[in-house]
Design a protein around this ligand. Structure first.
Ligand code: SAM
Length: 624
């Protein structure tokens, strides 16, 4: 039966029996310890907020766990695929030719995501992206996911709440509040019955919550305009800020620029803010103004940060299997046996491997010395894939040193036909010879001519690769000097040489080749002056057309840039970026030679256009 609760009136004690001495009065949860005449409790504003947060957290946790599960599954499947792929490699690696591949796909989206932590907030989905990146790296390290790593601060300011706290977390939160109250009022409440105590406590708690909610609302409605970024005074601008403060100013400035109407300071123009941003970005990332303006012109405000950040970190170490000597599967097994952690680059390449870690220097393994692989950036494999060499062809690599791409061409040709590897730099050409020797390329002819003179010496090639000398604006992570050493005249010099080399390459190509008649133009620069503009000029000067590269990923070439317009077929070219593809910045265009005819174009008009590009020594950027 149990004992009766003392609901209303105090009953006269009949004397303390054994049981009553032992047991305390029964207590009741606050929810039922109310009298009928009390109104049903409504949720306070704060309670509603908590409830909403709780639901959101629960939802986020569910979503996160789901993503984690999918990722794990994907990783396992990728590993299985890799092993299957590697099994297949033994049969197919040797037939690594463009003819069998219809296009090069990029299904390794996870690898293609740079893993660097973001410096500045994204416009949208920032949390999602960060989380994904964290998960990636955690998975890589094989560590368990720890909720505590996803903490966000609760706006009650009491404690840092786990991002995925459960109801019980909140309950404990509440109970700690209760604890405080009960301690304070303990003495006063001695005379009260337990349910009265509970009701009092609940009322107090609601009052406290109502107060907090009112404060919160007041805070929300408060005028925060004074907290918005204050544009620095002339005096402040003269001061050298510590780097963390420059970073903060970039953040704040970006916030103003992305919501200019709302946050701008009276009397300040967008140019003022952009100039400050330019100055701070140069300072923070160590660029000169010239290069930073070029970059600001290329990307949106949001993307520019991603590009700059990605250009600060090295790209993954990648190697290309030399299919003349081994298969990717055997190479992977050999390197794994030496303590390396390797994975295929992705579906788009049958020969590329990413080296995540290695206990031995990857440039000094017995396999390396035996010529089983070439250390080569992922992007460097793309121009050769676009070239799609065939066996028994005559192919020219006009700017070949140190021979990474030339040896790739040789391997695909299976040492048949003839491979002419040229480079004007005699010292660098020695590296081509050394690499050919190590990798077992036996169909190579090495020369050290100025590529511009090549057509006067030899012509009639089925395919020509022009991996042109360039500013290197896409490889700042490898060579940071590009950030501060290049100026207007360097870019113009590159443009002139690139144009001349490409013209010579076209003149060397046999338009009537039964198997080819193709020219690949590539650079490790992201500047349109060295890419689309070069192709645009060439389209007017030679009878060629742009064709598909066969690379199914990469951004399209520009058909317009600032006030300039390029040929619509320019979209067939491909652009690769460190922040988008986790590769060096690269440009690849494929041309088909139609005939030897030289088009008659209005040269004067073309020169004027060219002048417009290069006349301004310090071109202004367009405000995004
Ligand atoms: C981007 S690198 C080539 C990299 C090479 N394709 C590889 O994959 O290893 C450009 C090369 O062009 C060469 N070069 C510069 N001017 C040249 C010219 N006028 N004729 C031929 N080669 C030239 C440079 O010596 C440099 O080695």
């Amino acid at each position: 039966m149990g004992r009766k609760a003392k609901f209303a009136e105090e009953k006269v004690k009949k004397g303390p029996g054994k049981k009553t001495k032992k047991q305390k009065d029964p207590s009741f949860p606050s929810a039922i310890a109310t009298t009928d005449d009390e109104e049903p409790k409504k949720l306070s504003h704060r309670q509603k907020l908590r409830l909403r947060r709780r639901l959101l957290r629960r939802e986020a946790r569910k979503q996160f766990l789901k993503e984690l599960k999918t990722k794990k599954k994907e990783k396992i499947e990728a590993q299985k695929r890799m092993m299957n792929g590697l099994k297949r490699d033994t049969k197919t690696d040797d037939s690594e030719t463009g003819s069998k591949m219809k296009g090069f796909h990029d299904d390794n989206s996870s690898w293609l995501k740079p893993k660097k932590k973001k410096l500045l907030p994204d416009e949208d989905n920032e949390d999602d992206e960060d989380e994904e990146m964290d998960v990636d790296s955690q998975e890589e390290n094989g560590s368990e996911v720890d909720d505590s790593e996803m903490e966000d601060s609760d706006d009650d300011g009491v404690k840092k709440d786990s991002g995925f706290s459960t109801d019980s977390d909140d309950a404990s939160d509440d109970s700690s509040d209760d604890q405080d109250d009960s301690n304070a009022d303990e003495d006063d409440d001695d005379d009260l019955l337990p349910f009265e105590k509970a009701a009092k406590k609940t009322k107090k708690k609601h009052a406290k919550e109502a107060k907090l909610a009112a404060e919160e609302e007041k805070e929300m409605n408060a005028d925060h305009s004074s907290e918005v970024f204050q544009f620095p005074s002339e005096e402040e601008l003269q001061q050298q800020l510590p780097i963390p403060e420059v970073e903060q100013r970039i953040r704040d400035n970006l916030m103003v620029l992305t919501n200019f109407k709302k946050f701008r300071e009276e009397g300040r123009s967008r140019t003022d803010y952009m100039n400050l941003l330019l100055r701070d970005l140069c300072n923070y990332f160590s660029y000169n103004e010239f290069m930073m303006k070029k970059i600001l012109n290329l990307f949106s405000l949001h993307e520019v940060m991603n590009f700059l950040e990605a250009s600060e970190t090295p790209r993954p170490l990648t190697i290309r299997t030399n299919s003349l000597k081994t298969s990717r599967r055997d190479l992977a097994q050999a390197l794994i046996g030496r303590g390396a952690n390797v994975d295929p680059i992705g579906k788009w390449s049958k020969v590329g491997l990413v080296v995540f870690s290695s206990q031995v220097p990857i440039g000094a393994t017995p396999e390396y010395l035996a010529g089983h692989y070439m250390i080569q950036g992922a992007a460097s494999m793309l121009p050769v894939m676009a070239l799609a060499p065939k066996e028994n062809e005559r192919i020219l690599d006009m700017c070949a040193a140190p021979g990474g791409k030339a040896s790739h061409i040789g391997a695909i040709m299976k040492n048949t036909g003839a491979l002419f590897a040229n480079d004007v730099n005699k010292d660098r050409a020695k590296a081509v010879a050394a690499n050919f020797h190590r990798l077992g390329i036996t169909n190579g002819v090495i020369s050290t001519l100025d590529g511009r003179k090549y057509p006067s010496i030899m012509k009639g090639f089925d395919r020509v690769l022009v991996d042109a000398p360039c500013s290197g604006s896409g490889v700042a992570s490898k060579d940071p000097s590009v950030k501060s050493s290049k100026d207007h005249s360097d870019i113009q010099r590159c443009f002139n040489l690139q144009q001349d080399l490409l013209l010579a390459a076209i003149d060397c190509t046999n338009a009537k080749s039964p198997t080819g008649g193709y020219i690949i133009y590539s650079t490790c620069s992201i500047l349109p002056e060295e890419n689309e503009l070069v192709i645009q000029k060439i389209l007017a000067k030679r009878h060629v057309k742009l064709v598909e590269t066969g690379l199914d990923f990469g951004n399209e070439g520009f058909t317009k840039f600032l006030a300039h317009r390029f040929h619509p077929s320019m979209k067939l070219a491909r652009r690769f970026y460190p922040h988008t593809h986790n590769m060096d910045g690269f440009f690849v265009a494929k041309l088909k030679k139609i005939s030897d005819k030289i088009p008659t174009t209005d040269v004067e008009e073309m020169d004027e256009d060219e002048e417009r590009w290069f006349m301004n020594e310090n071109p202004d950027y367009i405000l995004p």
